[in-house]
Write a protein that binds this ligand. Structure first.
Ligand code: F6P
Length: 467
């Protein structure tokens, strides 16, 4: 079996004997590496301005981790600057928040070239290479220019907006356009895939007869939708166990019989937390009989705090949460518990299990695995209800959720009431339909499907070249 070489921006090496760190990308990559020899290369998460040193290698649980530090300049220009202040907002449909300058783009291209230089020393001719996320769009071009002829695939974990928005990225041909140097590019949804197909067509690419491949400047790239999943069976078992843990019991006792509503998101403007809290405020304003009978727990670890748009958003959420608590709270009831920290996967599974409803209402999201994790964690005999934004990739699969438009405050408030008052048989039917779907399309299936398509794509390309 060929070795699988995964490349992503951030690599978190698990502590010996501990499960992999939480986070959609990390969990997905570990699943892909579970059943084959593998290497995972990327940034260590550390900044070091000393003399250049070779990347560090750590062996753990049959995976070779190779990590490199970044200099302050690389971190500022590549990660904070171009990846997170240009690509992130534009791919999340927020051109208004993008802050472009040429030196950040230069840093982005420079770090991609640096990653290719490091990889060139690690790669073997029969390795299969799988690159993840928007930080590394030009990496295949860099590797091909260094003579590597391996199969190279790319998966975009975040949304791909319509072509007109992609064209707003300055020098787009060097970043989003450079995806055409991969053999296979995977997206979360058919909608994302179609948006990129249209972009390729508008950039002079020719669609092949199969409808999935495009000829661009003498190269062929195939594009497809591969909705990312979770470890459904495993998480369901963890949730059933954790429900009796001290942590979950303490939380349940603290509710004093009130229903729990939960939200779990990184502190990011794409997650729609302000809109969500507005929806909850409207609910408390107009459904007076629910006051003091429900507690909303919002778990929100801070993220990318050095970026001004994130700081502004954090201030907005703090202000709004304290307004709602001030307006409706009582001596013995806090309407919103707002927490800026993360919890381990096991603890969250217990929280999800006892929550009557989950609010997963991003303004835009590639997939949103919290939606799937909430469903997987439910008690089939007495499941909670998922409120899911129509703008999360997960909505294409989880159509038995209560689908909401996060821009419509009244609609969100109404859906919350529907969720809290939903009869048991309807909750069970909705849960069963969603659970069946996430069990079938789990994380192993996602990795297998993508990698099978990548091998097939490279093979047919090489045969085509011989003809
Ligand atoms: O899925 C989006 C993503 O940027 C991943 O690539 C990353 O693992 C996660 O969000 C957390 O982001 P960051 O590494 O910027 O903290």
């Amino acid at each position: 079996m060929s070795r699988l070489v995964i490349v992503s921006n951030r690599v978190t090496v698990p502590e010996p004997g501990h499960p992999p760190p939480p986070g959609g990308l990390a969990v997905a990559v570990h699943a892909a590496l579970k059943s084959r020899p593998g290497l995972w290369f990327g940034w260590s998460g550390k900044i070091d301005d000393g003399p250049a040193v070779e990347p560090q290698t750590v062996e753990r649980d049959n995976v070779t981790y190779v990590v490199t530090d970044l200099s302050t300049g690389d971190y500022n220009e590549y990660y904070t600057g171009f990846a997170n202040r240009v690509l992130w907002p534009i791919l999340h449909y927020r051109v208004d928040l993008a802050e472009f300058n040429r030196s950040d783009l230069g840093g982005y291209l420079r770090v991609n070239a640096l990653f290719a230089d490091h990889l060139a020393k690690l790669l073997k001719p029969d390795d299969v290479i799988w690159v993840h996320d928007y930080h590394l769009m030009p990496l295949a071009r860099e590797l091909r220019s260094r003579g590597f002829n391996n199969p190279i695939g790319f998966f975009l974990h975040i949304p791909c907006p319509p072509a007109d928005l992609l064209f707003t990225i300055p020098k787009q041909e060097q970043t989003i356009g450079a995806l055409s140097h991969y053999d296979l590019v995977g997206f979360q949804t058919e909608n994302d895939r179609n948006n990129y197909g249209r972009y390729l067509a508008m950039s002079g690419g020719h669609q092949g007869r199969d409808g999935t491949s495009y000829a661009v400047d003498g190269r062929v790239v195939r594009i497809g939708a591969f909705p990312v999943g979770i470890e459904t069976a495993d998480l369901a078992a963890v949730a059933a166990e954790t429900v009796d843990s001290g942590f979950t019991r303490e939380l349940r006792d603290s509710l004093q019989g009130r229903k729990l509503v939960v939200g779990v998101d990184r502190l990011d403007y794409s997650k729609g937390i302000v809109h969500r809290v507005e929806g909850y405020r409207h609910f408390l304003e107009h459904e007076a009989n629910w006051r003091n009978r429900v507690t909303y727990l919002q778990v929100t670890p801070k993220s990318r705090s050095e970026i001004p748009e994130y700081g502004d958003m954090s201030d907005d959420v703090n202000r709004l949460v304290s307004e709602v608590n001030g307006q409706f709270g009582e001596a013995a009831w806090t309407p919103i518990r707002y927490i800026n920290r993360s919890y381990p996967r096991e603890a969250l599974a217990g929280v999800f299990r006892i929550a009557a409803a989950a609010l997963v209402t991003p303004l835009r999201d590639g997939m949103n695995l919290v939606a799937k994790e909430y469903v997987a964690s439910q008690d089939p005999a007495d499941p909670g209800v998922l409120l899911l934004s129509q703008f999360a990739g997960a909505a294409a699969e989880l159509d038995a959720a209560l689908i909401v438009n996060p821009h419509e405050t009244e609609g969100m408030a109404q859906a919350l009431r529907t969720a809290l008052e939903m009869p048991l048989d309807e909750r069970q039917a909705r849960f069963a339909s969603m659970f069946e779907r996430i069990s079938r399309q789990d994380i192993d299936r996602w990795a297998e499907t993508f990698l099978a398509k990548l091998s097939e794509t490279r093979r047919s390309f090489l045969i085509g070249q011989l003809r």
